[in-house]
Write a protein that binds this ligand. Structure first.
Ligand code: C2E
Ligand code: CA
Ligand code: CA
Ligand code: CA
Length: 278
């Protein structure tokens, strides 16, 4: 494990060939859901670039490990995804995000919440039913929930994924294609997927102002998204220069540290009040 600038422990479990350590991590994660003290969600604002208004939030999981401290999702999500533990994990995140969205709605400030999916859930024929049960249980309208998928999740088994995506979308849940531009993206599938939003991966966004070729790629992605009738989101925006470049390119929504970091719900509420009054 190494320490990065943010002080968050970097432990790359997906490349960990040490089976006992992997098992220990999985056991720790399983127990973490029982206590309700280690796992929480942070919410990062998504901003409408034209109006500057809040367009929604993305829910991002946080794990405070009793011994290792704060663990980055990239260090435990891939391990959970390699086992069936990703299902209870996703259920937990969905329940919590839906509960939070309901509190915002009841307060009179409805905010759509986006939750990250995994391949296993997307290929599970009972998944859509479970999501609608959670929405019904909380009394949350489906259009206040958005699910983020990646093209590689779909490509794992396109026929099966499409069935699940169609029932989610038919039921009124918004769907978003995350990390667009990375991996083997297939134009063919993007055209047939019942999605509403395209999120350009932050690796392209962050190189925009320095690299001409990444600007071309971002411009192309925005055009493609708009031609398909999708709302286009850019993530990982860290400065005003990038934000205004994206605004000029006609990008719809922006997400990144420049606008707001992922925050616990209480911090987000304070941020939201300040942001609305300015
Ligand atoms: P992602 O879905 O692409 O999420 C965006 C990541 O970019 C988040 O990292 C966020 O904190 C980070 N980010 C946002 N703005 C900026 C910025 O301006 N600069 C930089 N450098 N980074 C920015 P995070 O929270 O560490 O999550 C990493 C990945 O873990 C996520 O990538 C997602 O794939 C996965 N993940 C997070 N929460 C969940 C979850 O609840 N379920 C599942 N299945 N995956 C999750
Ligand atoms: Ca995401
Ligand atoms: Ca992303
Ligand atoms: Ca990602």
């Amino acid at each position: 494990a190494t320490e990065n600038a943010t002080g968050i422990q970097r432990y790359d479990a997906s490349h960990d060939t040490n089976a006992p350590r992997r098992l220990e991590l999985l056991g720790d994660l399983r127990r973490a859901f029982d206590t309700d003290e280690q796992i929480s969600l942070h919410y990062q604002p998504k901003i409408d670039l034209a109006s500057g208004r809040l367009a929604g939030v993305e829910a991002l999981i946080r794990w405070n490990h009793p011994v290792r401290g704060r663990m980055a999702p990239d260090d435990f999500i891939p391990v959970a995804e390699s086992t069936s533990l990703i299902r209870p994990l996703t259920d937990h995140v969905l329940r919590e995000a839906i509960g939070q969205a309901k509190r915002w709605q009841e307060r009179g400030t409805p905010i759509p919440v986006a939750v990250n999916m995994s391949t296993r859930c997307l290929l599970d024929p009972t998944f859509a039913e479970r999501v609608f049960e959670l929405l019904d249980g909380a009394g949350l309208p489906p259009d206040l929930l958005e699910l983020e998928i990646t093209e590689s999740m779909v490509m794992a088994d396109p026929e099966r994924a499409l069935v699940v995506l169609r029932s989610l979308h038919d039921g009124g849940i918004r769907l978003s294609v995350d990390d667009f531009g990375t991996g083997h993206s297939s134009m063919t599938y993007l055209r047939v997927l019942p999605v509403d939003e395209l999120k350009i991966d932050r690796s392209f966004v962050q190189n925009m102002t320095g690299s001409g070729s990444d600007t071309v790629l971002v411009r192309t992605a925005i055009t493609l998204g708009h031609n398909l009738g999708l709302s286009v989101v850019a993530e990982g925006i860290e400065d005003e220069l990038t934000a205004s470049a994206l605004r000029d390119l006609g990008c719809d929504i922006a997400q990144g540290y420049h606008f707001g970091r992922p925050m616990p719900a209480a911090d987000f509420d304070r941020w939201h009040i300040e942001h609305s009054s300015s």
